[in-house]
Ligand binder design. Sequence first.
Ligand code: FAD
Length: 511
Amino acid sequence: MHLDARDLDNNTIIEGDLCIVGAGAAGISMALDWNKSGKKVILLEGGGFEYDSEIQDLYSGNSTGQKYYPLRSCRLHLFGGTTGHWGGMCAPFDPIDFKIRSWVPDSGWPITLDDLVPFYTKAQNLFELDAYNYEFQYWQEKHPELTPFPLDKNIIWSKMWQFSPPTRFGKTYKETIVKSPNIHLYTYANLTNIIANEEVHDIKQLIVKNHEGRTHKVRAKNYVLACGAIQNARMLLASRGQTKKGIGNDRDLVGRYFMEHLEVKSAQLWLKKSFSTDLYTFDYSTRKPRAELALNEVIQEEAGILNGSASLTPLVIAKQQTPLIDLWSNKDPRKSYDRLVANFRKSREKKDTRKDENGNRAFELYTRMEQAPNPNSRIVLSAEKDALGVPRPQLHWELTELDKYSIRKMYHILGEQMGKANVGRIKLEEFLWDENDNSMPDQLGGGWHHMGTTRMSADRNKGVVDANCKVHGISNLFIAGSGCFSTAGAPNPTLTLVALSLRLSDYLKTS
Ligand SMILES: Cc1cc2nc3c(=O)[nH]c(=O)nc-3n(C[C@H](O)[C@H](O)[C@H](O)COP(=O)(O)OP(=O)(O)OC[C@H]3O[C@@H](n4cnc5c(N)ncnc54)[C@H](O)[C@@H]3O)c2cc1C
């Protein structure tokens, strides 16, 4: 059922078994998992079913450090969340992403890939993907035309990706949620404060507000924050009624370890002779699975580098593409999105790779790499408040030497292997030439992936949530989303954050 919180009498008390705050990828996935469960699920969504610039403005905030997208436009504040803009690229994390790596400070999750596999399988369905199978052999059997470069398999592997249509959660799942007998969706219900008991061991109620001046109280057995990594941290930090540092922040960890993916044009690949590159290049019309070039675990360890991969785009197309960080500069997310789509279309329409003499020989290599966990890369509260009285977030995005070193080293290894196998040569972009230069170019953008602000650790001195995404020290407060990632992994985060949210859902049902 659906209720508009603006129509409720002021000071309404809403009660239920489970309260999920935020109806984006994480929140809707969890709510659907409780559909027809007989439990009363309250799903609070700050926005409505359509874009509303007054609501979107609640996301505004400043950033310092590495150049970043405007905070106002890199998330969507309405039912369905940012799945209204996402691109649908999906791949699971690799086993190494969960391990403690001596060369990556603060690495290691308290769970493994195997713990997530059953939930990845469920998440695949929500994203309208094929089977949960990311083995290259599986896809080659289905599409025999997919052939990898003849590179040393002990060093380089084909990391497979699948592509969601992309599923827009706000459209695809609206009817199920609204017609559900037990999910009570409240739109225009913005969380503004989390109230704990005096000892800050339990959450007693949430305060929600809207621009019409109505304030309501929400009470449930368990509470899940699913507002996205920046907003979840912001809400915890801003809830200071019972503890000055903010809820869950007694170890000063909330907001720290903000991570993005390091996405940047990094090199060119010039093939020596003609190879089929179907496996590696993205086909927008079919959205078929494709592979990226990735380094094996042992090679990452030997080289002391982060996990990452390189994707191929014909150079004639890539040259027409403006860096994402420049395209996505408008504070109105719809305008930034339109520019992004127009640029992709134009670059592909203008150039027919078959007609260009280098069309099938020269490729741009684009990096997608995890960012090393860094406590100084963080979200804090600014002095300025939004229209509902909540301090705005401020991002300081900070990268480290290991980030730059890892990108450069990955291409050194790829180049060496391409040469050895007589596949071709790699020419590095200029920003990677000077080995003593640890700065990142302005053209580096993230993938609009916000991770790590409420990181997971079994040790409450090192993380905000435990292995079940429960906030340390608080009995009934949980976090859903990529804020819980201990490390960022190389792939885009949404498949993994939904798998993790479904695992949390399962835990709440059985605990
Ligand atoms: C242009 C673009 C392309 C992308 N492409 C990809 C891709 O190809 N692959 C991939 O994996 N990821 C991609 N992403 C990232 C992906 O969109 C996010 O990882 C995903 O949407 C995060 O899910 P979430 O549920 O945590 O947050 P969101 O989807 O942002 O949902 C958060 C929800 O919480 C609500 N909310 C926020 N604050 C409050 C509050 N105080 N009270 C109540 N409700 C609140 C919001 O309105 C929203 O509905 C892309 C993102 C962008 C912008």
